[in-house]
Design a protein around this ligand. Structure first.
Ligand code: SAM
Length: 278
């Protein structure tokens, strides 16, 4: 990818952007790779993109080069702002940079539908951000899809199915609300500095409504209690939630000996509905 801006190594040297571990800074410096990541989000020419943590701007440049209509990027590290201003000047009216913490800053007033979220997330807050995007006050949320980089282990938890070690609360929440798949794997060497672990990109397309009917709070409580003691039978791990757990399991057609990691998403939804019925 040749966009007429200086190579990222020069940008980093010019602006003194030495990576800070506390901010989860592992930068992507290969612009061909960042353009490829941007393409995983689909055709962005009619979309606004919310990017978290643009850093020196590698992925931001990929998104703009690939034609994103408008990118709104939230960056916590003020040292990156001059580098990002140079990108904004190169792509007039297509990049808005907001300085702040993505966990608390509400960017919705800067975004026009349809919105896609694309980010190489800071690992220390990646899961928390994902959960916040999946639990808006009302469904559907402002975003149509999310294309996000995680540590490989987190990506595997997101897409895991029953009877696997990675299957858990995150798998249920994501798969209840989206179609999720791993679309790219990246070795540690793709990043500077090189992290200890591999990474993967998960693309999630939101469903018009949750896959099975369930109350979000009830489903969350049921799944949390079940996976809190994932090797125990659910008839015992769910005892704290309601009376007559065995009768309720029978109502949901779930064998009393089932364990959390054996239950499908459909069974969890059915179970949460009977657990909180009177
Ligand atoms: N997008 C760049 C890339 O791919 O090379 C940088 C990705 S780096 C993994 C994560 C970025 O998120 C860093 O630039 C870091 O400063 C920023 N960051 C960390 N915590 C943040 C937060 N709470 N809100 C917004 N940005 C944050």
């Amino acid at each position: 990818m040749i966009d007429g801006l200086p190579p990222l190594r020069e940008v980093i040297a010019k602006h003194g952007l030495s990576a800070q571990k506390s901010l989860g800074q592992n930068f992507l410096l290969d612009l061909n790779l960042t353009a490829k990541i941007a393409r995983q989000a689909g055709d962005l020419s009619a979309c606004d993109v919310l990017e978290i943590g643009p850093g020196p701007g590698g992925l931001t440049r990929g998104l703009l080069f690939e034609g994103a209509r408008h990118v709104v990027a939230i960056e916590r590290d003020a040292r990156c702002l001059p580098a990002l201003a140079e990108i904004a000047a190169h792509y007039p009216n297509r990049l808005t940079v907001l300085e702040g913490d993505a966990l608390t800053l509400d960017a919705s007033s800067y975004l026009t539908s349809p919105v896609r979220i694309v980010a190489n997330l800071p690992y220390n807050v990646g899961t928390e951000l994902l959960i916040s995007w999946l639990t808006p006050p009302v469904w559907p949320p402002i975003w149509d899809s999310m294309t996000l980089m995680f540590q490989r282990e987190v990506a595997e938890r997101i897409v895991a199915g029953p009877r696997s070690k990675a299957y858990g609360r995150l798998s249920i929440l994501v798969q209840w609300l989206t179609d999720a798949r791993i679309v790219m794997s990246l070795p540690p060497e793709a990043f500077t500095p090189t992290p200890k672990v591999s990474s993967a990109i998960v693309h999630m397309t939101r469903l018009p409504q949750p896959r099975y009917p369930a109350n979000p709070a009830h489903l969350n409580k049921t799944v949390a209690a079940a996976f809190n003691q994932r090797r125990k039978m659910v008839r015992s791990s769910l005892k704290g939630l309601a009376r007559d757990v065995e009768d309720r399991l029978a109502q949901a057609n779930i064998p009393p000996t089932a364990r959390a990691e054996e239950l499908t998403l459909a069974q969890f939804c059915a179970l949460s509905n009977v657990m909180f019925a009177d």
